[in-house]
Design a protein around this ligand. Structure first.
Ligand code: ZN
Length: 242
């Protein structure tokens, strides 16, 4: 079985469509898993939610999803993020709000635990360092954990000590050898200075997880963001992968 792992779509339909097309080109996926933050920042909340609801067999809630439906205090968001969260929230239908309100914070499936931030703090915590990854090891029971939230592809491999890797497109992990915490990177707003959409594919027969990058039409998204009146910096940052 092949599983596509998507995080931080952030209402960016063009990036999401590019990822799904790339996935099909590479042989498709039996299941798609979503690590949260389908909403926030971008101009296409309905379209992204519709695809996630149709395609993703598993989906957890992210902080921007909860912010958009008023289940999370956005006073800690920066001004631009808060504006985009309110704009996204104002677009939602009652049906979409109910879907988001019903999303779990943590899901276990086979060898994996899925969360948005971290297994210790599923909504808020960023796992960026080996220390943070090690501290989280006791908070999940499965062999591996999949996280999003930082929008940067990274993995933490637990051997005698914890080693960290910043993968590029095509980097392959052999999951049978070690425990891992893996962040596939962000679909809709990458922040590792590479503007291409990021995702990962897990192949359960091969026991491998491969990081992927896909180019997409960034200017089309920026035009829609400007039309929607979303903050300029949020559209500009897409060009830089920041
Ligand atoms: Zn996010």
């Amino acid at each position: 079985m092949r599983y596509a792992i998507l995080a931080d779509i952030h209402a960016n339909l063009t990036a999401l469509q590019a990822v799904l097309a790339d996935m099909e080109k590479q042989g498709g996926a039996d299941e798609v898993w979503c690590l949260g933050d389908t909403l926030g920042y971008g101009p296409d909340p309905h379209e992204c939610l519709e695809i996630v609801r149709a395609r993703c067999s598993l989906c957890v809630a992210g902080n921007h999803d909860l912010a958009a439906i008023g289940k999370l205090d956005i006073s800690t968001f920066n001004q631009d993020a808060a504006r985009a969260a309110r704009w996204n929230g104002n677009q939602l239908t009652q049906d979409e709000i109910s879907f988001l309100a019903g999303l779990p914070l943590k899901v276990e499936k086979g060898d994996f635990t899925l969360v948005h931030g971290s297994p210790r703090e599923p909504v808020w915590e960023y796992i960026m360092s080996a220390r943070e990854a090690e501290e989280n090891l006791t908070y999940f029971k499965t062999c591996h954990c999949l996280v999003g939230h930082s929008h940067a592809p990274i993995y933490f491999k637990f051997g005698e000590s914890c080693s960290t890797g910043k993968p590029s497109a095509g980097t392959e992990l052999k999951l049978a050898d070690y425990r891992y915490i893996v962040n596939p990177g962000g679909v809709g707003q990458p922040r590792d200075s590479d503007p291409r959409a990021a995702y990962a594919v897990y192949d359960s027969e091969a026991g491998t997880l491969v990081f992927q990058r896909v180019s997409y039409d960034i200017s089309a998204v920026q035009t829609r963001m400007q039309k929607a009146g979303l903050p300029l910096w949020l559209s500009e940052r897409l060009s830089y992968g920041q």
